[in-house]
Each structure stands twice: as C-alpha cells, then as structure tokens.
Design a binder for this molecule. Structure first.
Ligand code: NAP
Ligand code: ZN
Ligand code: ZN
Length: 349
C-alpha cells in the first residue's frame, strides 16, 4: 500500500480536510500517476452530499484527473514513466460483457467501477482525484495530446467526454440545430464541440448574464429561459437539445422546442424525477434520452479531437484549500466555466 495526501469530506456537509488515503501496490497492468490537476464536477457535489444515495466517509471526490505516469507495473505496455495521462469517471469494468467489448465500458452490463465512491475488484472503496497519486489499470488511462496543457486537460475527462459523446451519437454534422441548456462546466464544452462539429448552436441559460461568453465560445444564439417569450419563439426548432442542468427543470417545456424527430438528451443528473407530459413527445415523434460519459476509446478520440481543433475548457485554477468555496460557487451557477485544483497545493494550510 502507498499512503498519499488527499482532500476529503467527512460528512455530507463537509468541509474538506487534508487527510491520507491508501493506494494499492501496483498490479502487473497498473500505472501509478502523480496527479497534477483535478477538475471539480457537479457530480462530485451530488455524490459527496449523498444526493444520489449513501456513500462512505471520508470521501475523496475527483474524476477529472490529469497527471504524469511515475511508475508502471511489470506487464504494462501502453504507458511509460513520464507520459502525460488522464483518468475520468471509471477505473475498471468487467471487460467481458458485450458493452465492454464494444468499447462502451460506461454501459458495462455488470456495472463499471467509479473512480470514487465504488468498491473495486480488490474490495477497496475507491477514492478520487483530489489527491496526489492514483493507481489505475492501464486500460482505463488515456493519453493527453502534447498540444493540451495538463490543467486544461483535466475537465475534458468528464465534462468533455460527457458532451462529446451524445453529440456524436446523435449525428451532429453541419446544418444541425443544437441547443445547450445550462452554461456551466458541461454546457460550455457542449457549445464548443457542437460549434466545432458545424452545428448551429443556441444556449438556453437562466439569464443573459453570460451571453457575451456564450457567443465567444461558439454559440450563434443565446436565450434566457426566465423569459417566457423564449419558449414561444423557439417552439419546434432544434434537432438535438443537450440538457446539462444539475437541477430539476420543466422538461416538457424544453421538449416543445424540439423539431419533428428531435431528441432531448439529459446529461444533467438531478436527484429528483423529471416528469414528462407525453403530449410534448407524441405529436412530433420526439425522444427524451439520457447519456453517460463515454467509453475509453471515445474519450481518447475526444482528446485527439480537442488537440486537432484547438479546443480547451475555460478554467479557473484554485488551490486545494479553496475547494469548499469553489463548490459554493458551482452551486450558485457562478463558475466560469470549470474549477481545477492545482494538486501541488495539496498540503497548503
Ligand atoms: P455546473 O457547472 O454547475 O453547470 C450546471 C448549469 O446548470 C449551471 O451553470 C446553470 O447554467 C444551470 N443551472 C443550475 N441550476 C439551475 C436551475 N435551478 N435551473 C436552471 N438552470 C440551472 O455543473 P456541471 O459540472 O456542468 O454538471 C451538470 C450536471 O451534469 C450535474 O447534474 C452533473 O452531475 C451531471 N453530469 C452528468 C454526467 C453524465 O455522465 N451524464 C457527467 C458529468 C456530470 P446557467 O447559469 O447557464 O443557467
Ligand atoms: Zn463528472
Ligand atoms: Zn462489462
């Protein structure tokens, strides 16, 4: 076992405290990663606060991990010491079911292993990236292209892949009309990707406060959902709506904005049910769907796409003693547009 420093929360209310956690000794296919940066995802907050179900404490969140390989197991072939790598929301899966074989480990029929708050195949409770090191099997590690700085790479491991994957799955190509609901961590990446894929992109935000940013990030239009005129004006407009909102919204109102055969895909994961009026679906053969992160192969494809198209998230780098403050700002929709923890500050008072 390797004992490493981490920031953990000891109850649903927090606050974060400096603590230590154990990482397993390297198995033949494991790599040891020195974590340089970890992004803060709204899922960290839902999970640590017990909104999605009970978890064990202390809990060390963090599934947007960017760092450097510092040691490799005896049979590792994909990575070498010094490589720049990332780890996202999963650290393992069964590797045998149809979904795993298709490279969609996020839909593993036997359940994938979450980077934190899960029990891994060794019986250990997993702890995430708000820590200095992590041990991960090489198959769940991706390579960060040279053109992408490690701090900016971190959010791609969750916010990036979670928005890239549905845009690809629902065939976004030039000419398609896409709306992104919520301009936070996921939302701002969805805007960048949809724009890069050639779509006409609209942002649907609570207010017009971030309109200039939204247009600069690649949106063609920007609307406030607090204005009832928005829903009248945009009725029947979009081929795909990507809902990234972390809270309950009136989903039927948003479904009415879809064109015939359009899809609203929910990536936002509020704990409450989202009731749907079927008459917002039936007359236009619309679909209401969900999507979870993306597989390892697709995550690598997304990183390479980012390098090729010069796409990186807008980040605010914080030190490890500012996590509580950053979480409050995320909850207040005051994130521009992803907080990233500089792990070299782990020991700071
Ligand atoms: P975030 O940075 O907090 O962004 C969420 C955005 O939603 C906010 O910036 C805000 O945008 C909007 N919003 C928040 N509260 C709202 C409310 N009450 N009504 C209307 N709009 C509201 O969060 P994130 O990290 O992007 O994550 C978003 C959601 O996706 C979370 O639920 C997270 O758990 C989930 N998630 C799912 C997956 C997956 O695999 N499906 C992966 C990662 C995250 P505006 O200020 O523009 O209105
Ligand atoms: Zn996440
Ligand atoms: Zn599987």
């Amino acid at each position: 076992m390797i004992t490493v420093n981490a920031r953990g929360t000891f109850s649903p209310e927090g606050p974060f405290k400096l603590t230590t956690i154990e990482r397993r000794d390297l198995e033949p296919h494991d790599v040891l990663i020195e974590i340089k940066y970890a992004g803060i995802c709204h899922s960290d907050i839902h999970t640590a606060r017990g909104e999605w179900g009970p978890v064990n404490y202390p809990l060390v969140p963090g599934h947007e991990i960017a760092g450097i390989v510092t040691q490799v197991g005896s049979e590792v072939t994909k990575y070498a010491v010094g490589d720049r790598v990332g780890v996202g929301c999963m650290v393992d899966s069964c590797r045998e079911c149809d979904k795993c074989r298709e490279g969609e480990e996020q839909y593993c029929l036997n359940g994938n292993t979450g980077t934190y708050a899960a029990t891994d195949r060794y019986g250990q409770y997993t702890q995430g990236g708000y820590s200095t090191h992590i041990v991960v099997t090489e198959d769940f590690v991706v390579r960060i292209p040279d053109g992408i700085e490690l701090d900016a790479a971190a959010p791609l491991l969750c916010a990036g892949i979670t928005t890239y994957s549905p845009l690809r799955h629902w065939g976004i190509v030039p000419g398609k009309k896409v709306a992104v609901v919520g301009l936070g961590g996921l939302g701002h990446m969805a805007v960048k990707f949809a724009h890069a894929m050639g779509a006409e992109v609209a942002v649907l935000s609570q207010t017009l406060k971030k309109k200039e940013d939204g247009l600069r990030l690649g949106a063609d239009q920007y609307y406030a959902t607090s204005d009832p005129e928005t829903f009248k004006k945009l009725a029947g407009s979009f081929d795909l709506i990507v809902n990234t909102v972390s809270a309950k919204i009136d989903i039927s109102a948003y479904l009415s904005l879809l064109a015939v055969d359009g899809t609203l895909v929910n990536v936002g994961a509020p704990p409450e049910p989202l009731p749907v009026h079927v008459f917002s679906l039936i007359p236009h053969r619309r679909s209401f769907a969900g999507s979870a992160i993306g597989g390892i192969r697709e995550t690598q494809e997304m990183l390479d796409f980012c390098a090729e198209h010069h796409i990186t998230p807008e980040i605010e780098v914080i030190s490890a003693n500012q996590i509580d403050e950053a979480w409050e700002r995320v909850l207040a929709s005051d994130v521009r547009y992803r907080f990233v923890i500089d792990i070299s500050t782990m020991g700071n008072e």
